[in-house]
Ligand binder design. Structure first.
Ligand code: IVH
Length: 691
């Protein structure tokens, strides 16, 4: 740690804070980042360490305060000094014309000017700054009283903890906290993968995250913020117009949407509405309309209010990115583990800028909940690039005689029984590797980068190999020759009506097949953990494969282990132990393994391994969420080098959880069990200290 004198440390802390605040302002407000993220993180770490060694230097507005503090039992109430209003809506051009006419009539201004802004779909909040320092943030609540969510708002990096330049004595800023679409999609992809609840839309994401009682969870969810209005202001003369106020807020370091501007008359407003509407699908956040605000404050005062909405402003809404279409059929897909997933084939419709004809139904429970039937008119929603979802059925339009959907009793690909185990949401085809659909997925998994890493062997190619019966098991891949690939391609081309163009095509095909064979050959030289993962044993992911490889050192003792022995392996519970034992008990799996070996697949074997000695010896660490500075694998390898055992799931045996961006259930479980939690900064600091 630092041996700096107090005054040196104090000066350095001030300098670091200034640099960090400046970098943050350039990034969030000016959209002109001036330093790499890694440099920002490094300075933040240095400041964090300084404040840890010299606690008297810590300040509430320090950028280090964004990590999230301990959870609270409930939110305190905040009475808004100036109430937070709502807006009237316009849905048609005529309603906008009426709005402008009223203003022209009452102000006598024939061509009134408006501030025009996107209407962000998030959560309205009020931020209170006293002498430039962020002191309190609250939700809108009922407009008069909201909830104190200060600790959560501190974690939102776009919200300055200190204003720039000459800040007034009191400044309340109103704006919208929102979840950028990229963050929303990333979260949902993660949630689906981990069987967690997905967010219905980015607005729910923002609202849910902000109302978390544990700010450390909010800190994991990348929220952002745009300012669009004022509350109480003391000690400053306001500019005469709203648009000038927005420019002033921007100077103070508050982000204002770059889509904001000014426009005059109804034509100007409608032109803005259309312009933003065209850009809507490409914006990095969800908007549900635009807002027009009479720009001059004196004119606003003249117009006044009705009930709780100003008469000088209106929200002009866009139609929702939800459309209706009809269900032509309900189909199912069969995945690698046999999971049978229903989806609907629909009459193609245009939604959110693209034409879609398929939407997922996730599982049978979802179909039952929605009661989707063939012939139904359904509402589908598309958010960003995610696969469209069916959100509901319009029952009034259900054709007579439409039958409820039921999960097929047999697999559409192989005819084996489809079964659903008790307590599971997924139904599975019991055909195993006899099922071509599962075989394709199993081969695809086997060849994938993190398994055997066979270059060029993609899903379509595998489909061809399975369709024409060139391979039945993963071991058959190693028996393929150049001619097999060339022939298979010819047969697939014939079937699909593809005509090879020239004689040269033959040569090209040979070269292509040779490359594939070379890729397959290269994968023969492998490692035990890769082979174990590649076999596709249910619930044996990369991390378990690695643990098993180390624990047993060789394949044979693992194949011979009974459930009891398997349960001795750290982090292998009864369910996984049973799955592994079951897998190796199947004669056909043993045959495939023998065939792999016969066909030259090999890996080094050795004695069972003990964990490396180091500062983390005896500790089990779980990595969750995304890290900005390295992949989870790299972080895991670094922790293992320091003696840690890296595990994939949180249990009572876990010693430490490293939670990156968008961490969810594992983080929550760690909190529940009272396990030590590190964020990325803490991890980096630890690795640096032990480098
Ligand atoms: S102004 C006095 N401006 O819309 C006017 N609101 O329906 C107060 N909203 O609660 C609101 N973007 O959550 C305003 N540029 C914008 C907005 C905006 C989104 C939301 C806000 C408010 C609701 C009113």
């Amino acid at each position: 740690m630092s041996s700096k004198s107090h005054s040196q440390a104090a000066a350095r802390a001030v300098e670091l804070r200034r640099k960090l605040e400046d970098a943050s302002y350039r990034y969030h407000v000016l959209d002109e980042p001036n330093i790499p993220d890694a440099e920002y993180d490094r300075m933040l770490r240095e400041l964090d360490e300084l404040e840890a060694t010299h606690p008297e230097l810590a300040t509430p507005d320090s950028p280090t305060q964004r990590v999230g503090s301990a959870p609270s039992a409930k939110f305190a109430e905040v009475v808004h000094a100036v109430p937070m209003l709502s807006l009237g809506n316009a849905f048609t051009d005529e309603e906008v014309q009426d709005f402008v006419n009223r203003i022209v009539k009452e102000t006598g201004d024939a061509q009134p000017r408006f501030s025009v802004e996107p209407k962000l779909d998030g959560l309205a909040i009020s931020l209170r700054y006293e002498n430039g320092v962020f002191v309190r943030g609250a939700t809108r609540g009922d407009g008069a009283t909201g909830e104190d969510v200060t600790a959560n708002l501190r974690t939102v990096k776009a919200i300055p903890l200190r204003l720039r330049g000459d800040a007034p004595e009191v400044l309340e800023v109103r704006g919208e906290v929102y979840m950028p679409l990229a963050a929303f999609e990333k979260y949902n992809a993660w949630a689906r993968e981990h069987g967690e609840k997905t967010l219905a839309n980015p607005r729910n994401g923002a609202a849910g995250s902000l109302r978390q009682l544990d700010p450390r969870i909010t800190a994991q969810r990348p929220l952002s913020f745009y300012a669009y209005a004022l509350g109480e202001v003391r000690g400053a003369a306001l500019p005469p117009t709203h648009s000038q106020t927005l420019a002033w807020l921007r100077e103070l370091g508050l982000p204002v949407s770059s889509e904001s501007g000014t426009a005059s008359g109804a034509e100007g407003l409608l032109a803005y509405y259309r312009r933003v509407g065209e850009r809507r699908a490409g914006l990095p956040y969800d908007i549900d309309g635009v807002v027009y605000k009479l720009d001059r404050y004196d004119q606003q005062r003249a117009m006044g209010f009705v009930s709780r909405a100003p008469r000088w402003a209106i929200a002009h809404k866009y139609p929702a990115q939800e459309v209706a279409t009809t269900v032509e059929s309900i189909e199912v897909n069969v995945g690698r583990t046999g999971a049978v997933t229903p989806w609907v084939l629909m009459t193609p419709v245009h939604v959110g800028g693209v034409t879609v004809s398929r939407a997922t139904l996730h599982n049978a429970d979802q179909v039952a909940r929605l009661d989707v039937r063939v012939g139904d008119t359904v509402i589908i929603r598309r958010a960003g690039d995610v696969i469209p979802e069916v959100v509901g059925v319009i029952l009034d339009r259900r054709p007579k005689g439409a039958q409820p959907w039921t999960m097929p009793k047999t697999c559409p690909d192989c005819g084996s029984a489809v079964e659903r185990e008790e307590g599971e949401v997924v139904a599975r085809c019991t055909g195993g590797l006899y099922c071509p659909a599962q075989r394709v997925q199993a081969l695809f998994h086997f060849a994938s980068r993190r398994a055997m890493d066979i270059e060029g062997l993609g899903e379509r190619l595998i489909q061809g190999l399975v369709d024409f019966d060139y391979v039945r098991t993963v071991a058959d891949l190693y028996k393929l020759g150049v001619d097999d690939f060339v022939q298979m391609k010819q047969r697939a081309d014939e079937r699909d009506g593809v005509v090879p163009e020239t004689v040269k095509a033959g040569k090209i095909a040979t070269k292509w097949a040779e490359n594939l064979i070379a890729g397959i050959a290269a994968s023969r030289d492998s490692t035990l953990e890769r082979v174990l993962f590649a076999l596709g044993i249910r619930d044996v992911g990369e991390s378990t494969a690695k643990t098993l490889a180390r624990h047993f050192g060789a394949l044979q003792p693992l194949m011979d282990a009974d459930e009891e022995t398997l349960k001795q392996v750290p982090d292998v519970g009864p369910v996984v132990a049973a799955r592994i034992a079951h897998f190796f008990a199947q004669p056909h799996n043993r045959e495939v393994i023998a065939a792999l070996r016969e066909n030259g697949v090999h890996w080094p074997e050795g004695a069972p391994q003990r964990a490396t000695e180091g500062p983390l010896s005896g500790k089990t660490v779980v990595l969750t969420g995304g890290l900005a500075s390295m992949s989870r694998d790299e972080a895991g390898a670094k922790l293992e080098a320091l003696g840690a055992k890296v595990s994939g799931s949180v249990s009572k045996k876990t010693s430490l959880v490293v939670a990156g961006e968008a961490a969810g259930s594992k983080l929550a479980k760690a909190q529940e069990l009272g396990i030590e939690i590190w964020d990325e900064a803490a991890l980096l600091a630890f690795l640096e200290q032990n480098a």
